[in-house]
Design a protein around this ligand. Structure first.
Ligand SMILES: [Zn+2]
Length: 134
């Protein structure tokens, strides 16, 4: 009677473990096949897709080709869009999205990124509105 401690007899999961394991492997293999892009619902660029920049508004990374470059104008008080990416000097990157511009303005990200004082972002806003328009 004293010895009646529960003894684990057999392993109910013994046979199942192999199956479970192989299913796990299959899942991993499938993930690998699908590629890193499918793991994120949001567009997450891979290194093979080209240079990646961080949006100064939402702070998410995006392909350089989908982000808008913004530079400081010669007068130093305006932020201007640089869709051709040809302007010299420091550039900030922003999604072509007014929401990102709003975010950037709220946290003064553009002046900070461009090492400038307060910047008038009207030209950038106009550019984005034109893009968003019909
Ligand atoms: Zn953004």
């Amino acid at each position: 009677m004293a010895d009646r401690h529960p003894v684990r007899r057999g392993r109910p999961g013994g046979a199942g473990r192999g199956a479970l394991g192989s299913r796990f492997v299959t899942d991993r293999a499938r993930l690998g096949e699908a590629g890193p892009r499918d793991r994120h619902p949001v567009r997450a660029p891979g290194p093979d897709e080209g240079p990646v920049r961080t949006c100064v508004g939402c702070r998410q990374r995006g392909l350089r080709s989908v982000l808008l470059r913004v530079v400081r104008d010669e007068d130093g008080v305006r932020a201007v869009p640089d869709p051709g990416r040809r302007r010299p000097g420091r550039g900030a990157w922003l999604h072509a999205d007014l929401a990102c511009l709003d975010l950037a303005e709220r946290r003064r990200a553009l002046p900070r990124a461009l090492h400038a004082g307060p910047l008038d972002t009207g030209a950038v806003r106009e550019h984005l509105e034109a893009l968003a328009g019909p």
